[in-house]
Design a protein around this ligand. Structure first.
Ligand SMILES: Nc1ncnc2c1ncn2[C@@H]1O[C@H](COP(=O)(O)OP(=O)(O)O)[C@@H](O)[C@H]1O
Ligand SMILES: [Mg+2]
Length: 230
């Protein structure tokens, strides 16, 4: 299978009080089409920073991020926004659902923002909510859903534009452990049934061990990158 994205010798520094602070110190990573992997590591290791770069929300200080053979770090910001909209879905720890809209409306939102209308979009959203186990909750507002259910709505929303890569930053971070486990199982099953590529940051080694591949980060570097036995 071909690579979806290749990260080549990526460095990232932030300037803090006039000093350059290195955060990522030479990251190499290859993610294949349809893969599912997770990133673990202590707080401050640079996991979220790497996810932002992969999501083209920020640019590396040096190095390349190559999707389908093209180095996206050379794209203009307009082209980057276009690329991101079509190719990448995001799930964060805090899901930022819009409280005044129903689950179905929240899931269709990325499509509406891009000018899509109508029944096809709604049908796709309803199918996704069904896939994440919320068939009976389409017209509920976020306040009428549990934390785990809200996170599943956010996941459906990340999938609505059929992105090739979904980046999830501690999506189980504020869920209890049973709900967190259920969320991971859901991600694994979506990877299998829909073929979506998932990169999931987690602080739970337990959840990480259930993923096909685990990347350990420490102090801005990749410490190990292992396939987990079935
Ligand atoms: N915009 C920023 N400016 C300065 N330092 C930052 C910025 N973003 C992150 N950092 C620093 O980079 C380091 C790694 O952060 P982060 O990628 O969020 O780690 P992780 O997600 O692994 O906990 C931290 O020490 C953090 O303080
Ligand atoms: Mg983080």
């Amino acid at each position: 299978m071909g690579s979806l994205v290749v990260v080549e010798n990526v460095h990232k520094s932030f300037v803090h009080e006039g000093h350059e602070v290195p955060i990522l110190k030479g990251i190499d990573l290859r993610i294949d089409e349809r893969e599912m992997l997770c990133i673990v590591g202590p707080s401050g290791a640079g996991k979220s920073t790497l996810l932002h770069l992969l999501g083209t929300l920020d640019l590396p200080t040096s190095g390349r991020i190559v999707y389908d053979g093209e180095d996206v770090t050379t794209y203009s910001s307009a082209r980057l926004a276009e690329f991101r909209n079509h190719s990448i879905g995001f799930v964060f720890q805090f899901h930022h659902l819009l409280p005044e809209f129903t689950a179905l409306e929240n899931v269709t939102m990325p499509g509406r923002i891009r000018g899509l209308r109508g029944s096809e979009l709604e049908q796709r959203a309803a199918d996704l909510l069904c896939d994440v186990g919320l068939k009976e909750r389409l017209t509920h507002r976020p306040g009428e859903l549990s934390g785990g259910e809200q996170q599943r709505v956010a996941l459906a929303r990340a999938l609505i534009m059929q992105p090739r890569l979904v980046l999830a930053d501690e999506p189980t971070g504020n869920l209890d452990s049973n709900t967190g486990t259920a969320m991971h199982e859901l991600l694994l099953s979506l990877n299998e049934t829909r073929g979506t590529t998932f990169l999931v940051v987690t602080h739970s080694r337990d959840l990480a061990s259930q993923m096909p591949r685990t990347v350990h980060m420490r102090d801005g570097r990749i410490e190990s990158d292992e396939k987990n036995g079935a």
